[in-house]
Design a protein around this ligand. Structure first.
Ligand code: NA7
Length: 529
């Protein structure tokens, strides 16, 4: 019998298996994909890469691993990250714990026995004391319900479930719907190949240039010599990234020319760190507007056709309030003759037709349509599973008004059901691997504590859960982020409750809070012998 069933074999699931096995727990993981890697298994679209630098977006738990692995670029490509995940599974001999191409479809908790009964889509039924959700926060691709979609005669793709064979767009007329991080990455690549690319944009987005490069050997060696200190700094930082500056000043506190200099320097450095060139970009509307306008001006400089530039220029939200995109040649791609931009706010899609897409004003013929339309983020993967706690309490009902949880690690009424990268944790707004490591280690310590003291059940108290849920909301409300219609707010999924899904207090502060709660004997949790 298993002690522990884990859903998912991405970076959370792999580290969980490794960590818990080393503590003597018996772990079985289920993974819907054909191999490990989670989001990096599914997102095999051209141009897919991480928007956190590779020397930071990697495990820190094994110094041998971080010393041996060679990242080749500043921002790792999807194939390189997938190769890394495969290396980890082989290096730590984790593969035998994982059942691939198997989905967990349901789970019920038996209160008398203190055990979960877990069902898979292959008809397997298991019992386990601990049930751990490691299914990822960007793992449920969303395909909007445009009428006529199934009647399209050409090829349909979603960036989040891309074929594993190469896709050749040469000579084809391709539509791309969506201009978030995935669209911004895939559009320049398709434009290099296809005869014509038509981009359907609902919301113009801010992009910061990646300034990607082959990692210089001296930088890699410096990092490896200093990995201990870099990782420690990342662990206690806001976003789990050591290289992000820790700004001291408000954008309004410095003279105009100094501010411009700082904006230019951040633009030249590239990456999401541009949001940290001052300490109030995400909290003060005036500061935010200054940086937003700086980037708008960059768009106007890069894009030659002023009308296209205007359509690409975000005006309905401030920079960083939706996730900033880290791009390579996105805006410049609109200077190509084979690329056109349709603004869906001016000319919405009416229907998909056999030959392509019809908007209010026009019909377009396409050979392929690429949906870069994002995910049912953070809660989507968990809500796919029919979970019921004691007294037949259903998770879907418990979360009807929005997800709840204490520290985002357990949700009241569902004992021994741990969540990684769940709602109310900093994972979605941090270097995900740094956030994952902290949560895996907290859960493993908790399971060890329970085993050593003879506890068999842990549950969040309703009071602690209510306090944390309110705190997550209150912290979000000190920022500008809830104002935007982002996936962080659930705004991209029709009918999803409008709740900020991540904890914005920072990874370091969250880590300390979790550690204090454990130190106080798991304060806010009910432990049952
Ligand atoms: P995102 O960031 O959610 O982007 C999805 C894009 O698709 C975005 O531009 C959406 O416009 C657009 N979209 C979604 N639904 C529709 C419909 N119905 N019609 C037209 N356009 C639509 O997903 P990504 O995959 O790009 O990135 C997800 C995360 O992965 C990213 O933030 C990084 O953390 C990595 P909208 O802005 O909602 O108006």
């Amino acid at each position: 019998m298993q002690d522990t069933v884990v859903v998912g074999a991405g970076f959370s699931g792999l580290y969980l298996i490794h960590k818990l096995r080393n503590l003597g727990f018996n772990v079985r993981a289920f993974e819907a994909a054909g191999d490990v890697g989670g989001t990096w298994y599914w997102n095999q679209y051209p141009g897919a890469r991480c928007d956190v630098e590779s020397l930071e977006y990697s495990y820190s738990f094994s110094d041998d691993l971080q010393q041996d692995w060679q990242w080749s670029e500043r921002y790792a490509t999807q194939p390189e990250i997938l190769a890394y995940a495969k290396h980890v599974v082989d290096r730590f001999e984790l593969r035998d714990a994982i059942s691939f191409r198997t989905r967990v479809v349901g789970a019920e908790f038996n209160a008398a026995e203190g055990m979960w009964t877990i069902r898979t889509d292959r008809g397997e039924i298991l019992r386990a004391r601990y049930f751990i959700m490691a299914g990822g926060n960007l793992s449920m691709p969303r395909m909007p319900e445009f009428p006529g979609r199934d009647g399209f005669k050409g090829r349909l793709y979603h960036t989040g479930s891309w074929p594993h064979e190469p896709v050749d767009f040469s000579g084809l007329r391709v539509a791309v719907i969506g201009t978030g991080s995935s669209g911004v990455q895939v559009i320049p690549k398709i434009a290099e190949q296809a005869a014509r690319v038509t981009v359907f944009q609902r919301t113009a987005n801010y992009c910061s240039p990646a300034r990607n490069l082959t990692l210089p050997q001296d930088k890699v060696e410096w990092y490896k010599r200093n990995y201990g200190a870099r990782r420690e700094r990342a662990r206690y930082s806001g976003a789990g990234v050591a290289a992000h500056p820790v700004p001291l000043y408000s954008a309004l506190q410095v003279p105009v020319e100094k501010r411009q200099e700082a904006f230019e320097a951040a633009w030249t450095r590239g990456g999401a760190g541009i949001l940290r060139c001052f300490n109030d970009i995400l909290t003060n509307p005036e500061s935010n507007e200054l940086l937003s306008e700086f980037v708008r001006n960059k768009i106007r400089e890069i894009v030659k056709d002023p009308e296209v530039a205007a359509r690409l220029t975000p005006t309905d939200h401030g920079i960083g309030t939706k996730r900033i995109c880290v791009d390579s040649n996105y805006y410049a791609t609109f200077n190509r003759d084979n690329v056109e931009l349709v603004d869906l706010r001016q000319d919405p899609i009416v229907t998909i037709i056999e030959q392509g897409i019809r908007t209010e004003s026009k019909s377009f013929d396409f050979d392929a349509i690429v949906f870069a339309t994002g995910y049912d983020a953070v809660t989507g993967a968990m809500r796919q599973i029919d979970i019921s706690g004691p007294g037949d309490k259903r998770l879907a009902e418990s979360w009807a008004e929005g997800p709840r949880g204490y520290l985002g690690l357990l949700t009241s009424g569902f004992p021994n059901l741990f969540m990684i990268s769940g709602p109310g944790t900093p994972a979605a707004v941090s270097n995900a691997i740094a956030a994952i490591e902290q949560q895996v280690e907290w859960i493993a310590d908790c399971m060890l504590y329970m085993r050593e003291r003879g506890y068999t059940q842990i549950d969040a108290t309703p009071e602690a859960e209510a306090m944390w849920t309110d705190h997550v909301r209150d912290v979000a409300n000190t920022t500008l982020m809830p104002r935007a219609n982002s996936w962080y707010m659930g705004a991209n999924v029709p009918g999803k409750p409008r709740v900020f899904l991540a904890y914005l207090g920072g990874l370091g502060a969250y880590r300390m809070r979790c550690a204090d709660v454990a130190f106080m004997g798991y304060d806010g949790f009910k432990l049952t012998p």
